[in-house]
Design a protein around this ligand. Structure first.
Ligand code: SF4
Ligand code: ZN
Length: 304
């Protein structure tokens, strides 16, 4: 009988070289979350209970677990969901989020891309055929999350990015020597401009498979539907497949790789380019005239 590493009862969960019973796995999981929040290895606390935190929720397991944990540990949170209008995928996400919000009596901030921001993603995708869907969609979501957080006076935005996401972004950036991406991949992104809200990733120490196990053990509702625009595209999931292959042969390499990157982060900390203000929306951008969001929306300077 394989024994739990913490309590020596029979182990039921096996992850890499770790073995736990259900109860000890929950303790291990929540401790990893709390270690991230307390800033272990980051030289800085991620969040305090005085801060007003906007939690970006998509309905997937990562953001739903993040919502659950931040609420459980009594952080001052407001969940935010932006309905992307991606058919059944978005409908299912919205249902999961609304149900969980009722169950946990959480006050939710809900927006609809089409109704509230006059954005039709299909139209934007067809106008930008040379760009990956996820890159466009991610750029729009990041802009809106920051804008909403800024407009509603939040101190921080928390997202459900996990260890696998961090490893994949760094690995891909290293393959391409994309120093800019390397300098931005950190679990805490401090406010560098009055209109840029701090961003944090409290699940950065936890793997995808660990989050799945925790969500199932705790009965945290989530959708497993795959976004219709993810299929068949060259996304980070290809990089993740390569990393999974390496990880099978070098157990624990994901943590070694990513935590090593964080320890050596200063190697990639170059001076950031000056931020200007977008000539249309006034939000910070490294571009000369219009920010990426306004460009994607097809706005022209003449509209000012
Ligand atoms: Fe957007 Fe890509 Fe996520 Fe779909 S998978 S919601 S296109 S970022
Ligand atoms: Zn703009």
């Amino acid at each position: 009988m394989a024994k739990c590493l913490r309590c020596k009862k029979e182990a039921s969960i096996f992850i890499d070289s770790l073995r736990f019973c259900d109860d000890c796995f929950k303790i291990y999981f929540e401790n990893s979350f709390l270690r991230a929040i307390n800033g272990e290895g980051l030289h800085k606390k991620m969040l305090t209970k005085d801060e007003k935190v906007l939690v970006a929720v998509s309905g997937g397991k990562d953001s739903m677990v993040l919502w659950y944990l931040l609420k459980k540990y009594e952080f001052n949170i407001t969940p935010l969901h932006i309905n992307l209008g991606y058919g059944e995928f978005s409908e299912e996400s919205l249902k999961v989020i609304n149900d969980f919000s009722k169950k946990t009596s959480s006050k939710l901030l809900l927006f609809d891309l089409k109704i509230d921001f006059d954005i039709d993603m299909k139209e934007i995708f067809s106008r930008n055929k040379n760009r990956e869907f996820c890159s466009i969609c991610g750029s729009i979501k990041r802009y809106l999350m920051n804008k909403i957080a800024y407009d509603y006076n939040f101190d921080a935005i928390a997202t459900g990015h996990n260890l696998d996401d961090g490893v994949a972004v760094v690995f891909k950036a290293l393959l391409n020597w994309d120093i800019d991406s390397l300098s931005r991949n950190y679990p805490i992104l401090e406010k560098t401009h009055e209109k840029l809200v701090k961003k944090v990733k409290p699940l950065y120490r936890l793997q995808d498979k660990e989050i799945k196990i925790y969500a199932d053990l705790m009965n945290i509702p989530h959708t497993d539907l795959i976004c219709p625009y993810k299929k068949g595209k060259v996304t980070l999931s290809k990089t993740k497949e390569v990393i999974e292959f390496i990880d099978k042969n070098y157990k624990g390499i994901k943590r070694t790789f990513y935590f090593g990157f964080l320890r050596n982060k200063n190697l990639f900390d170059f001076e950031k380019p000056d931020l200007k203000e977008c000539k249309i929306c006034g939000m910070p951008t490294t571009n000369e005239n219009l920010c990426n969001f306004c460009k994607l929306k097809g706005r022209k300077e003449i509209e000012v």
